[in-house]
Design a protein around this ligand. Sequence first.
Ligand code: GLA
Ligand code: ZN
Length: 673
Amino acid sequence: MKKYPPIIRQIPHIAHGGDYNPDQWLREKDVIWKEDMRLAKLAGLNTLSVGIFSWAALEPEEGVYNFAWLDEIMDLMADNGLTAVLATPSGARPAWLSQKYPEVLRVNERREKQLHGGRHNHCLSSVVYRTKVQEINTLLAERYKNHPALGAWHISNEFGGECHCPACQENFRLWLREKYDTLDALNHAWWTAFWSHTYTDWSQVESPSPIGETSVHAQKLDWKRFTTDQFIQWYRAEVEPLKRITPGVPCTTNLMGIYPGINYFALARELDFASWDSYPQWENTEKDVETAQFFSFEHDLTRSLKDGRPFFLMESCPSATNWRPYARLHRPGVHKLQSMQAVGHGADSVQYFQFRKSRGSSEKFHGAVVDHCGHEHTRVFGEIAELGKTLSQMDEIVGTTAPARVALLYDWENRWALEDAQGFCNVDKKYVESVMDHYSALWRKGVSVSIVDEESALAGYDLLIAPFAYMLRGDFAARVDAFVQSGGTLVCTYGTGYVDGSDLCQLGGFPGPLKKTLGIWAEEIDVLMPGEANHVTFDGARYACTDYAELSHLEGAKALAAYEDDFYAGYPAVTVQARGKGRAYYLAARFSPAFLDAFYARVLDETGIAARALPDGVTVATRTDGETNYAFVLNFAPEARHVEIAGADFFTGEEVTACELPAHGWRLLRQKA
Ligand code: GLA
Ligand code: ZN
């Protein structure tokens, strides 16, 4: 195992910085910018992300450019030891552009053309917009290619949404022609004989709409795939001049965890490094543990998108956001804890939205490094500066990885298909919750997890967990079977293998292509009413299951537990089958955390994966260079915890056998790998 080089060449440290909008302060720049540099250094920052929404300042009139202010900021940053994450400005555009070229405005799914305003809302097919963006990206790259402050490119901002304008419809049809070749193939894949939806001419095909097509699920699925491809094409168009002019400067776009609109596994293949914007809401109650589990999962997901390489935490909030229902302050210490959580899961940066609070408009009350008071004597600034000092001692962590023997399946396409399906529980399918059930069980044991999708390689893992894998697409099932045959352990659940990649039901019994692997046939699935439970006895203890209970038959597997209630009492609820050199488990119902704790204790033990005994609310996230492990012991409980874990304190070298962690406490230990 090796360390990866720093993501930004100029920053061989944990990067510390954030979104900076000096263009909002052009009138006061002589005072404010200078002060900004002083404050940034005082806070221990080494990077700032600039230009994210600067188009209007850079090109106030079409073809009339003003780079002077950005030149000045880039120079100031270089002089002050700050490296720029320089953005392309396509996330928002000047009013003149929308006015002169209305084709750049999006059309929503109800076919309503949008007015100018907001951000993140250009048409993805607009040739004019693409040309304009490539022009300004080219100018930025040419101008700053040799600038010492240029560290990385930040492409646009938080790609999202979709456009249903006529040009996008046309591109959708072209995309479908490419995919299906004939209308006959499309009609079969989409099962359009249903309700007489058969298409007889390509021009009849439209994107889904609440005032049009909603019932052909494969059509909706293809629209989502198409939208992901639109963003991939868009990203490629944006980086084309950058790659040509500044080939050594890495590019990314800031992702949003499990944002459902884009298949990030596909988009991330284009990125040089992954980055994301993380905004946990901490309440200072027991609920924080669940929040911590979810955000740990998203950190692991972001890391996994680039095969485990370190990523950037491009945005986080040092205090209250402006957009949560309750703009709750981070309690003292929480900021450091959430930052260590990110680093522990593979982030090589802690960055904020935002450096200085806007004076007006919608984000004027969003947490920032520098508040409206304008000086450093604030609680939040103090915590950031303290974190800055801590991070500056952590260069050794940069480039280390968080390898895992456990792969957990989280698949965007499966989510799209499952959540769109009519059936099961239409109130909430609970796909994300199902994935989190398993992730959380491993989090409680401090086990490292990589997140995979159905296209990811499975080599190198010993345990594959595939919750609610409703849609088995491509060669995934065949590769899963090979994984088991060659010695891997598989865990599947209710709702596995109902449909193929076109959302067509598997004929011949569920779980379709995994029937032989799992050795069961799932005949029916019962949806339990809210508050209702069934029960099983497993390894001597009784556990509840809720939400879903599948009625299945053994076809080679053996039952480890059976339902105890209702007309299907006696049906197998937990099964295992030995296959080749491996084994495959099936959990027919959605089980309680207590069950999953017991179940994974057994599975991890069999698989030889070390689990830790940790108190409630505590986890351990481990990074390593292959020789030294860096164990981040993190307490998300609203109370103090005693944790039995041995190692040398990273900062003091003190050898410990246990950690006493206050509420929101953490400790970083060095251990031998
Ligand atoms: C997103 C955006 C930022 C900012 C923050 C506020 O992450 O990328 O520009 O609006 O949200 O939390
Ligand atoms: Zn469009």
